[in-house]
Design a protein around this ligand. Structure first.
Ligand code: CA
Ligand code: CA
Length: 230
């Protein structure tokens, strides 16, 4: 009976907490690079993913297999950014843990890219990606500092400073920066946000009735143990 109670107690804890999952993902495989945007490949329940797009200061003059490529990064223009994100359904919120993505610049493309979020209206970067020449960069970015997110959320990638990836002068408008899948020992993993989706605090969350039922069974079990002892 005690064992049963412990199992029930564990079930109560599980019923009350959401599991980490892919919140939204974009598959860059087979993308030509110069497409207008990349549609999301999937999203968790209660999540609507946005297209991955370029800000109006960027162009799509160049292809780049398996990517969303971009150019026009010269100078300092507030509209030079790549943006993607998602919308959370009413009554729900997301707690993000990670963003997975691969990136690459050409030698004259941006050398330093900052990852910004809509949580603070893209004011301060939560992560910095350094592009070394035209090498690929694999990034697993910790987003746990963003807290719980209701409504619309997006990430923007802006250049920090204006120095090209080969450290040989200012970023050129003909230089490129692309978003690719994350590469891990032979396999490509979609660009993705990982986190948990749960009912907002203060609303009536779906898992709670289950937790209450389980708690009831747990108390019955506990009563059984007490009877046995006395
Ligand atoms: Ca520009
Ligand atoms: Ca620039």
């Amino acid at each position: 009976m005690k064992r049963l109670f412990l199992v029930l107690a564990a079930m109560i804890l599980m019923a009350g907490s959401a599991q980490a999952e892919i919140v939204a993902n974009w598959d860059m495989a087979d993308e030509p690079g110069d497409q207008e945007y990349t549609e999301a490949a999937g999203a968790a329940d209660y999540i609507t993913a946005f297209d991955m797009v370029r800000g109006t200061g960027l162009s799509n003059s160049y292809t780049g297999n398996n990517s969303l490529n971009s150019n026009g990064w010269g100078g300092t223009d507030a509209d030079d950014y790549i943006e993607f994100g998602f919308s959370v359904a009413d009554g729900y919120e997301v707690t993000l843990s990670e963003l997975w993505l691969g990136t690459r610049s050409s030698n004259t493309g941006p050398g330093t890219i900052g990852v910004y979020s809509s949580v603070d209206e893209f004011n301060s970067s939560v992560y910095t990606i350094t592009q070394q020449g035209s090498s690929y960069s694999n990034n697993i970015i910790d987003l746990s500092s963003l807290g719980t997110i209701p409504g619309d959320f997006s990430i923007r990638l802006y250049e920090i400073g204006n120095l090209q990836a080969d450290d040989d002068g200012e970023t050129a408008d003909t230089g490129t920066f692309r978003i690719t899948d994350y590469y891990d020992s032979g396999s490509y993993i979609d660009v993705q946000f990982v986190g948990t989706v749960a009912a907002s605090a203060g609303t009536s969350p779906v898992p709670v009735p289950n937790a209450v039922i389980l708690l009831g069974w747990g108390l019955i079990g506990l009563a059984g143990i007490k009877r046995k002892i006395s």
